[in-house]
Write a protein that binds this ligand. Structure first.
Ligand SMILES: Nc1nc2c(ncn2[C@@H]2O[C@H](COP(=O)(O)OP(=O)(O)OP(=O)(O)O)[C@@H](O)[C@H]2O)c(=O)[nH]1
Length: 333
């Protein structure tokens, strides 16, 4: 026989009670009494959390349950807001100042009217989300650490990339990078039908300088010379330490006539260069060989050899001078 409506209600209330008794969320109802709120129901989960027996907690005013006046006001303001809005409200709150360890709750409040149609209630469900929030915080911390590691890896990667293409003493580009760039720039110059000039520079009597003042002073001279060189070149030029005290500079888009003027001016300013750091200042001069593509070749090796030959000539004819590939006589202003 199917249950009567009355029986059906009884079963439903029984189930409802069982649900409230067994659920882990806190369920509570407060009645508004003037400016105060009185707890009229809380389920066992909340009662256990508050460490009270049901008899003691229910029937008490909020200000008796939460003795801290600031905290109590904050909570009752939320209740008042929900009643005034006549709509549910959801927020997060924690038990700081009320109980330790601090527990975080996600609370949903709804306004209710009593059977009489006048008495106002607030019913609430609070879910403990501490574990979720802690896991999120731990995840954020882990992400921050991973991010830091990633940035460090990027930095190391960039550093390695730079180290692979730079000379460690002078920080100029190394020979390998120069050769890669030269092939690329020669192709580009050919396509764009413009010149590319190479300048090979070698410090004069460097062995003597090393012998007289020591290897580390020699290093210092190399560094100072490299800085002057790098500062004087355009940003599209590639300045490389070719080896020892020899430097190779690629100047795309610079025809021989313009290169001559520029290099002569530069040599006038910097050769000989005055170096301090010894008992008496010393002067270091350098020799230069110039070659241009397409005039002296189109292949990297051809044009480097041409510049090298011109440099050899500059050395042979007395040093501290500029020579141009295939031309007799030193370049003079
Ligand atoms: N301090 C220092 N010396 C270097 C470095 N690399 C090469 N050298 C020295 O540079 C000197 C080059 O000597 P040489 O090739 O005879 O040239 P030079 O004495 O300058 O003579 P010229 O080029 O003909 O004027 C050698 O003594 C090398 O040991 C370096 O990184 N640091």
């Amino acid at each position: 026989m199917p249950p009567s409506d009355e029986n059906q209600d009884a079963v439903d209330l029984h189930l409802l009670q069982g649900m409230l008794d067994t659920m882990s969320d806190h369920v509570f109802i407060l009645r508004a009494e003037g400016a105060r709120y009185r707890l009229v129901y809380c389920n066992p989960a909340m009662d256990t959390f508050m460490n009270h027996s049901d008899a003691l907690l229910c029937g008490r005013y909020l200000d008796e349950i939460v003795p801290d006046p600031g905290l109590c006001k904050k909570i009752s303001d939320n209740y008042t807001r929900v009643i005034q809005a006549g709509a549910p409200m959801r927020y997060e709150e924690d038990t700081e100042g009320f109980s330790t360890p601090i527990t975080i709750f996600e609370t949903t409040l709804s306004p209710l009217l009593g059977r009489d149609g006048n008495t106002t209630y607030v019913c609430g469900i609070s879910r403990n989300i501490t574990a979720r929030r802690n896991a999120e915080a731990a995840l954020q911390k882990t992400n921050a650490i991973l991010q830091q590691q990633l940035e460090e890896n990027r930095r190391l990667h960039d550093q390695l990339e730079q180290e692979a293409i730079r000379d460690p003493l002078t920080n100029l580009f190394n020979r390998r990078y120069f050769m890669e760039s030269l092939q690329r720039e020669l192709d580009r110059a050919q396509r764009g039908q413009y010149s590319l000039t190479l300048m090979m520079v070698d410090l004069d009597y460097f062995k003597q300088l090393n012998d007289q003042h020591g290897h580390s002073f020699g290093d210092q001279v190399l560094v100072e010379f490299s800085q002057r060189l790098a500062q004087s070149m355009r940003k599209e030029d590639v300045v490389c330490r070719w080896g020892g005290e020899e430097f190779l500079i690629m100047m795309p888009g610079l025809a021989l006539t313009d290169a001559k003027c520029r290099i002569m001016e530069w040599q006038k300013t910097h050769s000989p260069m005055n170096i301090t750091g010894t008992n008496k200042p010393i002067e270091v001069s350098f020799s230069i060989g110039l070659a241009t593509a397409p005039d002296h070749g189109l292949l990297p090796d051809d044009i480097i050899n041409a510049a090298d030959k011109a440099l050899y000539q500059a050395k042979e004819k007395g040093r501290n001078q500029i020579r141009i590939a295939g031309e007799n006589g030193r370049l003079a202003p």
